[in-house]
Design a protein around this ligand. Structure first.
Ligand SMILES: Nc1ncnc2c1ncn2[C@@H]1O[C@H](COP(=O)(O)OP(=O)(O)OP(=O)(O)O)[C@@H](O)[C@H]1O
Ligand SMILES: [Mg+2]
Length: 378
C-alpha cells in the first residue's frame, strides 16, 4: 500500500499544513497589483521546517493565478541560468510571433506570422541583460494581466554578486510597476548574512516570514488527513502521542507519519495504535539525528559541542551558571559560546539566564554520544 507521507527534503507533502495565511497573502498580492507588499517575500527557517515545500506551494499558487514561474537555487551561475535558460524559454513561449506556443489557457494571440518563420528561441538567445529580458517578458504577460514570479531557494552569500544583481533588477522593475514577484528562502543564518550584506537593501524591505513550528491542530490534521485518505485511521491515544512527538516540526511530522503507517501496514493493521507509534517515534528521532543533527554538530567546534553536551544533561532549558559549572569555565568564557550558538540558531534564549536547544531531537542526539547510531563490526 502506498505510504501517504513524504519524509524527504524538498518533497511537497500530501497535505501542507500551517502555511495557509502565507499562501493566501501571496495570492492576494499577485492580484492586488504592483506595489502590493507581498510581492517580495523572504522565507527563513531551520532545516526541514518546510521552506522548499512552501516555495513549491507558492509557485503553484502563482500558476493558478496565471503567472509564469522561474524556479531557481542560489548556486553559482544563477544569473546566467536565468538569462540563458529560463528567460529565453519563457520569452519564446509567450512571444506571439513564435511558431510553437505554449500559451496560458484561455488566451488567444493575434495571428501576425506574416509568412515569415521565426525561431523564437534563437531570436531571444543573445539578449544581454536579465533586466531587458524581464522587461520584455512582463510586456508580453501584461496583455494577459499576469506576470512572472522568480523563486530562489537555499540562499547563500556564496552567490552574493548574483543575488545583488537580481535584487537591483527586481527593484527597478517594481519601480516601473511591472508584474514581477520574487520569493527567496534560506536558513536563518544565511538570510541574516544576506540582510547584512551591502547592496541588498531590497531584501530588507521584503516581507519576511520566519518559518517555525506548526500548531498542534495543524500537526493533527497533517497526520490524520493523509491516513484517512488511504482508508486507515489512528486510535485517539496513538494520534495524541504522535502529535506531541513532532513538537510542531514538519519534517518530524512526515517521519512519524511515514514510519507509523509503515509499521501498522507491515502487521496488516488498518488502525494505527500506540505500539506502532512508539516504534515510529524512535525511528523518526534516529532519522532526524542522522540527517539533521549529525551534519549540524560536525560543523561546530569542540567547545561549541561541549557547551551543547552540558546543556543536554537537562531535560528542559538550561541555566547558564549550570553550563559554566559543568564545563568548568567562567561565565564570561561560556557567554561567548552562547552567543555563537545563538547566531547559528542551534540554541534559543527563552528567558534571561536560560538557553534551550532549538531543534527537536537534538537532546536525544547529544545524549546518544559521538558513536550513537554508528555501525560496529564484531
Ligand atoms: N507545512 C508542512 N506540512 C506538512 N509537511 C511539511 C510541511 N512543510 C514541509 N513538510 C515536509 O517536511 C519535510 C522538510 O521540508 P522541506 O524540504 O521543504 O524543508 P526545508 O526547510 O526546505 O529544509 P532544508 O533547509 O534542508 O532545505 C519534507 O518531508 C516535507 O514534505
Ligand atoms: Mg529546502
Amino acid at each position: 500500500m502506498a505510504n501517504p507521507f513524504t519524509p524527504t527534503f524538498g518533497t511537497s507533502p500530501a497535505l501542507l499544513v500551517g502555511r495557509t495565511p502565507v499562501i493566501e497573502e501571496f495570492g492576494y498580492a499577485l492580484d492586488a497589483g504592483p506595489g502590493a507588499p507581498g510581492r517580495a517575500l523572504l522565507l527563513s527557517g531551520q532545516r526541514g521546517v518546510g521552506k522548499t515545500a512552501l516555495l513549491n506551494e507558492l509557485e503553484d499558487e502563482a500558476r493558478r493565478h496565471g503567472w509564469v514561474v522561474i524556479s531557481e537555487t542560489a548556486l553559482p551561475g544563477l544569473v546566467e541560468r536565468i538569462s540563458t535558460d529560463h528567460l529565453p524559454r519563457l520569452l519564446a513561449e509567450q512571444d506571439p510571433r513564435g511558431k510553437t506556443r505554449h500559451r496560458l489557457s484561455g488566451i488567444t494571440a493575434p495571428a501576425r506570422l506574416g509568412g515569415v518563420s521565426f525561431d523564437p528561441e534563437e531570436r531571444h538567445k543573445r539578449t544581454p541583460s536579465i533586466r531587458s529580458q524581464l522587461t520584455e517578458l512582463t510586456d508580453l504577460l501584461e496583455q494577459h494581466h499576469t506576470g512572472v514570479v522568480l523563486t530562489i531557494d537555499e540562499l547563500s552569500t556564496d552567490t552574493l554578486a548574483d543575488l545583488q544583481l537580481i535584487a537591483a533588477t527586481v527593484q527597478h522593475l517594481f519601480r516601473e510597476n511591472r508584474a514581477v514577484a520574487v520569493i527567496m528562502a534560506g536558513l536563518p543564518q544565511s538570510v541574516e548574512a544576506l540582510l547584512d550584506a551591502s547592496g541588498i537593501t531590497f531584501l530588507r524591505r521584503a516581507l519576511h516570514h520566519p518559518l517555525g513550528a506548526v500548531s498542534r491542530d495543524d500537526v493533527r490534521e497533517g497526520l490524520t488527513v493523509p491516513v484517512e485518505g488511504a482508508g486507515r485511521s489512528w486510535t485517539g491515544q496513538a494520534l495524541d502521542t504522535a502529535v506531541e512527538s513532532t513538537r510542531g516540526y514538519p519534517y518530524m511530522l512526515q517521519l512519524v507519519g511515514f514510519h507509523a503507517f509503515r509499521i501498522a501496514d507491515g502487521t496488516g493493521e488498518r488502525v494505527i495504535g500506540e505500539k506502532a507509534v512508539g516504534r515510529a517515534v524512535e525511528r523518526a528521532i534516529r532519522d532526524v539525528s542522522n540527517l539533521v543533527h549529525r551534519p549540524t554538530i560536525s560543523s561546530l567546534t569542540a567547545v561549541e559541542v561541549a557547551f551543547l553536551q552540558a546543556m543536554a544533561e537537562d531535560d528542559g532549558p538550561s541555566a547558564m551558571r549550570d553550563i559554566a559549572e559543568r564545563m568548568g569555565k567562567t561565565p564570561v568564557y561560556v557567554a561567548q559560546y552562547r552567543r555563537r550558538l545563538l547566531d547559528k540558531h542551534i540554541i534559543a534564549a527563552p528567558a534571561h539566564g536560560l538557553v534551550m536547544l532549538a531543534m527537536p531531537g537534538m537532546r536525544e542526539h547529544l545524549r546518544a554520544g559521538p558513536g550513537g547510531g554508528s555501525v560496529h563490526f564484531w
